[in-house]
Design a protein around this ligand. Structure first.
Ligand code: SF4
Length: 222
């Protein structure tokens, strides 16, 4: 018997008369879900049990609030699909962009890459081949938007450069669901565009409202 049911039972008349439709008060106590169901016991309306009825109404009302809070908390939860890990938040694209921004570093430094190029690459530690469009560059670092796997690009005749294995250095985007972290915090997050829906980890290096830049990206989460 739960603590709440025990408390309810202690406030019922204890006549075990069966008028409520249950053989004993303890059977009824376990089935009370709301104020209306309390009224199945006719004795609770008598003056002698007035205080008990007030307390019972409080207990039943509070239980409902607790359940609602629990449900609301669950709705806010961000869970990776492939790993079942709980993330602090999910990260979506900046306004009117197609995915979070990623800063990548191709291990093959000899490839000539220009802004606007489509790259095919595999992030270090990830089994999925990515297609991404270069939107900015600085020495050794290319900022991209994820635009595929192939079928998402919607055509088969586009050209791309094969960047091979790449290190993923940073993500930039907005918190869509979950808690907004502070700068320097090590976080677990789920990029909305991640094809495996796997939780990533990293360190927040800048935060402006919901907008974050996360560096030191790792697929190992602890
Ligand atoms: S009607 Fe009231 S007193 Fe009678 S068994 Fe039900 S809860 Fe107990």
């Amino acid at each position: 018997m739960s603590e709440t049911v025990e408390k309810i039972l202690s406030l019922l008349p204890g006549y075990n008369c069966g008028s409520c439709g249950f053989r004993q008060c303890k059977d009824f106590a376990a089935q009370i879900t709301d104020e209306a169901s309390l009224m199945r016991c006719p004795f609770l309306e008598r003056e002698i049990f007035r205080k008990n009825l007030e307390q019972l109404k409080e207990i039943v009302g509070k239980e409902k609030i607790d359940e609602k809070e629990e449900e609301e908390e669950k709705e806010k939860e961000v869970i990776g699909i492939i790993d079942g890990l709980k993330a602090d938040f999910s990260l979506g694209p900046l306004q009117e962009e197609c995915s979070c921004r990623e800063d990548i570093h191709p291990l093959d430094g000899s490839l000539e890459i220009k802004i606007g190029d489509i790259l095919r690459y595999r992030p270090l530690g990830c089994p999925i081949t990515h297609f991404a469009k270069v939107i900015d560059k600085s020495p050794g670092i290319f900022t991209v938007h994820i635009v595929g796997p192939l079928h998402r690009l919607g055509k088969n005749d586009f050209s791309f450069k094969d960047a091979g294995l790449c290190m993923i250095l940073a993500f930039e985007g907005v918190v869509v669901k979950g808690k907004i972290p502070s700068v320097c915090q090590t976080v677990k997050f789920l990029p909305e565009h991640c094809m495996m829906q796997k939780v990533h980890s990293g360190i927040v290096v800048s935060a402006e409202g919901r907008r974050l830049r996360i560096e030191a990206i790792d697929l190992k989460v602890w």
